[in-house]
Design a binder for this molecule. Structure first.
Ligand code: FES
Length: 159
């Protein structure tokens, strides 16, 4: 084999190997969400009997988390719940929608305050001030056997 044709062959091989090294991972990254996506199943947890929530009063509730879903490190989650009327119940994640700091409810002002960057939400979860650009995370709820249940998977994983 001539030196010139051997060099052409070598350059083509290197080009092909480089294209494969770049192209194959890019192709996998591009199409993997299609087969990796699995809808999250509902994980319902009771936060207590409906009658334990007086109408108009915000309550902070600690919910125990199923170990198989959240691992050993996280056993509990705090949520805020209230009933605007006899027919309605609302449950919020305690996590701020900016960067996830824990919100505190102030009964005097009827607002949630974030200690990190000054985010403020009203009792309906609507953003009032600060950097958050969306309302508070709100759990899907259902009433089962007289208890309020929330779907832990109805808010983002770290909320
Ligand atoms: S984390 Fe709440 S305002 Fe930034």
């Amino acid at each position: 084999m001539e030196r010139r044709s051997m060099m052409k062959w070598l350059v083509r091989c290197i080009g092909l190997a480089t294209a494969a090294m770049v192209g194959i991972p890019a192709l996998i990254a591009g199409i993997s969400p299609v087969w990796m996506y699995r809808p999250r199943r509902n994980v319902w947890r009771s936060i207590g009997p409906l009658d334990d929530f007086p109408i108009g009063e915000m309550r902070k509730i600690i919910v125990s988390l199923p170990e198989e879903e959240w691992g050993r490190a996280l056993r509990e989650k705090a949520v805020y719940a209230w009933r605007p009327s006899a027919e309605e119940a609302v449950v919020y994640s305690r996590s701020c929608t900016d960067l996830g700091c824990p919100l505190t409810f102030d009964p005097g002002s009827q607002c949630f305050f974030c200690p990190c960057h000054g985010g403020i939400f009203d009792k309906n979860g609507k953003r009032m001030a600060g950097p958050p650009n969306r309302p508070m995370y709100r759990f899907a709820i259902r009433i089962a056997g007289g208890e309020i249940e929330i779907d832990l998977n109805s808010v983002p994983p770290m909320a």
